[in-house]
Design a protein. Structure first.
Length: 147
């Protein structure tokens, strides 16, 4: 099993950042790699078990299922059901923690998954830097930080 972990500090309160990322269907509004998204079967985007069906800007289609959502812990956990990446047993968590020094947010995004051994490094880098860090960089720009 491969483990990927990326963290960052965002110059915005955890409440404000959570308001932006909480919507399981809202990634096109803040993540630069996501072109569109819809929740299948017209379920609410915060209902556990709902499935988001989205396209990356490169055309790849993904289906992900919401496994956990906590407004108290500022945390969202989801799994990939279908993707062009070649991963299996993929579970990811996006978690925010308030930083009291300067009213900032410590953001963590982690994932565990299985893949072909020859693709481990490529996929770990692509997910950690290409997806997770790209999302954090976009949030930093949105909240007035660098990048």
């Amino acid at each position: 099993m491969i483990k990927v972990y990326t963290s960052s500090v965002i110059d915005g309160s955890a409440d404000a950042v959570w308001a932006q990322v909480r919507d399981f269907n809202g990634m096109p509004q803040w993540h630069p790699l996501i072109a569109d998204s819809r929740i299948e079967n017209n379920l609410p985007s915060d209902k556990l078990g709902c499935v988001r069906n989205f396209h990356a800007r490169d055309g790849g289609q993904f289906r992900e299922q919401l496994l956990g959502l906590s407004d108290y812990d500022y945390q969202c956990t989801y799994s990939i059901l279908e993707s062009p990446m070649g991963v299996e047993n993929y579970i990811a968590t996006l978690k925010l923690t308030p930083v009291s020094d300067g009213n900032r947010t410590f953001a963590e995004w982690s994932a565990e998954f299985d893949c072909a051994p020859a693709r481990e490094r490529e996929l770990a880098d692509r997910i950690g830097q290409g997806v997770f860090q790209a999302g954090f960089d976009a949030l930093k720009r949105q909240f007035g930080g660098r990048r």
